[in-house]
Write a protein that binds this ligand. Sequence first.
Ligand SMILES: [Fe+2]
Length: 331
Amino acid sequence: MANPLAHIDIRTYANTCPRADALPAIQEGALTVRPVFQSADSSFGAEVSGIDWSNPIPADVVAQLVALQDRYAVLIFRQTGLDNARHIAFSQQLGEKLEINPFFYGRENDRLGEPLLFDVANIELDGSLVKLDSRRWHHSLGNALWHTDSTYHQQRSKYSILLSHGNPVHGGSWTHFADTRRAYADLPEEKKAQLEDLIVEHDLWHSRKLASPIVYGNPLPHELAAKPPAFHRLVQPAPDGRKTLYLAAHAKQIVGWSFEDSQKLIWELIDHCTQPQYVFSMEWLQGGDMVWWDNRQSMHRANPYTETMTARDVRRSTIIDDGPWAHGVRV
Ligand SMILES: [Fe+2]
C-alpha cells in the first residue's frame, strides 16, 4: 500500500503549549492565566489554573471562563480529574445542547457508548489500537487536516472540549491550533473585499475524501444521509467583534464558483491561516488534561494515526451554537 499519510501534514510547530519561554502569568481573580500568544490587540491560547474541578463549576466562574474563551479562543486545563459525567456536565453549562454521536461504527462497538461524547481515541472496544487500514482508521485521517469541528452542520457547534484519560506517551501527543482572527486581520484589504460576501458549502465527506481518497471516494449511503452538507459565510464576526475566517478542510465549494477555483482559494486561505506565526502545538502531558476551543474563531488538527502510534485516550464533547450566526445560510 502507498503511504496513506504522504499528503497529510504531521509537523509539530515552533510555538508550543506549554511555552518553553513562559510569558508572565496573569491573575484573574482566583484564576491564573498563562497565555500562549499575547499582545495588546490579539491573544490566542492560554493555560488556565485555579479551578476546583471536583465540584460543579459556579455560574460566576463559568461566566469568567467564557470571557477568557472569547479572548483566547483556546483554553487548556491540566489534570482536571474529570470523568465522563462531569465532562458532560461542564459542557452543558456552556450551551443548551450538545452534539449527539452518530455512532458510524455501531453504538454496540463504541468504547464509551455515551451519545454526548465522541470517542476520538485510537483504541477499540477490546483495548487494542485501531487497526491499520480499517474504515475507522481512514475516517480519522481526516482529523489530521486543518479543520473546524462541525462546519458541515447547518446549525453549527461553537465549542469543542477534548479531555484526556490515562497518561499519553510523553513527547508524542499533540493537538495543533491556528488563530483565524489574526490571520484574517493580516490579509491585504483587496483580499478581504474579495472574501467578504462569499458563502461556502461544507461537507464532512469532502474532507474524508481528501484525507483518504480510496476508502472515502464514495461514502456509504447511510454516511451521506447522516451528514448532508451545510452552508456558512466565510467571513464572520468572532465573539469579540473582530472579523475571522470560518474555514475548514470540510470546505468544498464556494457558492457560484467552480469546484477547482473554490478549492484553490480555500486551501490558499487555510495555508495562510496555518503559517507558524498563527499556530501553536499543544502537548498532552497527563491524564485529565483538557482543551476547550472555540470553533467560531480557530482551526485545529490532530496528529494522524500512524503505524507506530501509541494509545491515546481522548474524548470530545461538542456544544451546539445558539448565537446569531449559528444556522448559517440557506441557499
Ligand atoms: Fe476536530
